[in-house]
Ligand binder design. Sequence first.
Ligand code: C5P
Length: 237
Amino acid sequence: MAAPIAVAIDAPDIETAARWASAVAPHVSTVKVGLELYLRYGPDVITTIRGGNRVSLFLDLKLHDIPATVSGAARAVARLRPSLLTVHAAGGADMIRAAVDAAPETRIAAVTVLTSLDDAALERTGVRGPASDAVRRLAVLAVEAGARALVCSPHEVASLRAEVGPDITMITPGVRPAGADRGDQARVATPEEALAAGADLLVVGRPITRAADPGAAAASIAAALRRAGAGTGTRSV
Ligand code: C5P
């Protein structure tokens, strides 16, 4: 079984994206395409990345607009059959529901508070209180509006799981194998720690894509997860 890893294909161009996707596809369940690549190439990049690979697509577009616009956008990308599509929970319940209704075959994943915002930066946007309170509030709101997945830090998984129950897919970026370069990620956890905290899908980018051999790096993290019990008790995505 492919490991519950979504490789963030944050590539500078479509050729590199295709190469990385093919290298990691035998080892992981999912590849994640974000705004930069999608805005540059559109649906072509999805077709290219899929190629002959049997991986699920996580479309990380973080939609945030009025419900009618998000509905249209979600419907437009639903044709690409992503398994996951992100929206900002801060867009509100009606907006989240609009995405859910427009893409019934896709699991809508809500982003709560961007991890790039600390408490002070968040307060400047008008959101009071510690970021952790906002994360919890937005997570509950998103799930009540029909989101079936949440994007959160490995350090938030356990407490959010207690709020939203067992059926919500918990997706965690900020994952670094022990000894790997943290890059710009401040609060990191190892893949085994994220899994133990209850994550269902681990987003891993540069530790895999910037390795000398991305396929081998993906295989090595997948093997570590198997040793830690992935696929025995956790939900698959
Ligand atoms: O290279 P790295 O493993 O840091 O990549 C993490 C991926 O997850 C990137 O695509 C980044 O945009 C995304 N992400 C994140 N933190 C969030 C949400 C998304 O790092 N809170």
